[in-house]
Every structure is written in C-alpha cells, then in structure tokens.
Design a binder for this molecule. Structure first.
Ligand SMILES: Cc1ncc(COP(=O)(O)OP(=O)(O)O)c(N)n1
Ligand SMILES: Cc1ncsc1CCOP(=O)(O)O
Ligand SMILES: [Mg+2]
Length: 224
C-alpha cells in the first residue's frame, strides 16, 4: 500500500474531527477527546469553518495528533494540509482530483479518495492514491451522500476486489464496526457515533476494541 516514504495508514477506526457534528465543541477539543481514547487516525473535516480559523485549527489538530503519534489527514483541503504539515488529504468528486493532490503533496504524503466500487478504486490507484473511502456502508444522516447504501455484503465485495486498502464510511458505529472489520476493511470511518457520545474518549476505546474483535470474524465474502 505505502511506499517507504509515506506514513502507513494505521488499520482500524478512522475518526473524523468534523465541524458539522456537535459544532458547539471546538475542533481542538474534539481532537483531544478522540486522541485521549486512542484514535490512531484522525481526519479533520471542516465544511463551515472560516479560512483563517480553519488554518489555525488545522495546525492545532495536526500538532496534537503528531504529539499523540496519530496520523492526521485533512478533508478536501490540500492547501491546509500543506500549511499545517498534515500527513495527507482525503478528496472526493467535488474536490481537487487525486492526481492534483498527489502533485501538490508529493510522494511523502497520504492521499485518500472517495470511490463507490472496485472500478473506482482501480482508477484511484492509477491516480496515485494510497487508500479509498467507500460508502455509504449503512444509512447515515450526517451527510447527504449521492449514492445508494451498499450494505455490508456489497461493501465486502468492493473490499475484495479493490487494489487499494478500503476505509468504510457511512453509518458506522459501535453496533456494526465489527462487521466492517470482518468484511476485510483496512479502516472504518466514524463521525457521529463518536462525536455525539457523552464520553467521546470512552467511545473511541470501545470502537477500537470492537474493530479488533471483528477482524477475527469470518470473512463475509468468499474468494472470487
Ligand atoms: C474516509 C473517507 N471516505 C469518504 C469521505 C467522503 O469524502 P467526500 O466524498 O469528499 O465528501 P466530504 O467528506 O468532503 O463531504 C471522507 N470524508 N472520508
Ligand atoms: C463524510 C461522509 N461521506 C460519506 S458518509 C459521511 C458521513 C458519515 O458520518 P457518520 O459516521 O455519522 O454516519
Ligand atoms: Mg470532499
């Protein structure tokens, strides 16, 4: 998956530090609580934060992640990823194309791409991506996603046929993250199940344990 000069994307829960969920909680505080729970990958997703505040938040969250030994990726914003010294970026259909993200970031950063199927994952690999985000795996109200819900069986087929590591996203939480892991996913992206928890750190600890338990589960899809 990764050339030696890229930080490996740790396997397991992939937590989103998101300004669209529980907006009253500052992004740096969300990140601190996610990290306190043992998060090893955080994606900073800012859809409403004004540019100068977003830059300050990116720098603060990246520093906190690196102090905790976690990987920090920026959603959408290649510019902020560069300015804040993030480990990479995640881009989708409405963002810079992955080739451009790779050109700007160079070979030493992680590029993740949203795709819907294995063909998209093959194209993402050709474009220089390190992993793909695939979903929605389950129903979600956090984002209006222009794609049908895959379900865990449909997700498992994409995982099986993808040439890149897959991070599942959409409706993932404590109740079903084990299924995502059992499907062979490299990661499981979680937004609201963690950020809306009364104790975010404890919820992350439980998500980590549940993913690891699922990894030992039976595969959901036989070999092709
Ligand atoms: C891990 C992961 N997968 C998919 C997405 C969605 O990205 P995108 O399609 O660019 O949509 P926005 O998040 O920008 O609304 C993601 N963020 N992370
Ligand atoms: C950003 C994004 N992209 C596809 S679904 C989603 C939101 C997922 O949020 P949740 O984990 O709360 O379902
Ligand atoms: Mg995007």
């Amino acid at each position: 998956m990764n050339l030696p000069d890229r930080p490996p994307l740790p396997r397991g829960p992939y937590l989103l530090c998101d300004d669209t969920v529980r907006p009253e909680l500052p992004l740096a505080e969300k990140a601190a609580r996610l990290l306190a729970g043992g998060a090893r990958v955080i994606q900073l997703r800012m859809k409403h934060t004004p540019p100068r505040e977003a830059l300050a938040a990116a720098r603060e969250v990246v520093a906190a992640c690196h102090k905790a030994g976690a990987v920090c990726l920026l959603n959408d914003r290649v510019d902020l990823a560069l300015l804040a010294g993030a480990d990479g970026v995640h881009v989708g259909d409405e963002d810079l194309p992955p080739e451009a993200a790779r050109e700007l970031l160079g070979p030493r950063k992680v590029v993740g791409v949203t795709v819907r199927n294995a063909a998209g994952a093959r194209a993402a690999k050709e474009a220089g991506a390190d992993y793909v985000g695939v979903g929605p795996v389950f129903g979600t109200t956090t984002k209006q996603v222009p794609a049908p819900v895959l379900g865990v069986e449909g997700f498992a087929v994409v995982v099986r046929d993808s040439p890149l590591p897959v991070v599942g996203i959409g409706g993932v939480g404590l109740a079903n993250i084990g299924q995502v892991a059992a499907a062979g996913a490299h990661g499981a992206a979680v937004v609201s199940d963690a950020l809306l928890a009364e104790d975010i750190a404890e919820r992350v600890r439980r998500l980590l344990a549940a993913f690891d338990s699922g990894v030992n589960g039976a595969s959901l899809v036989s070999a092709p």
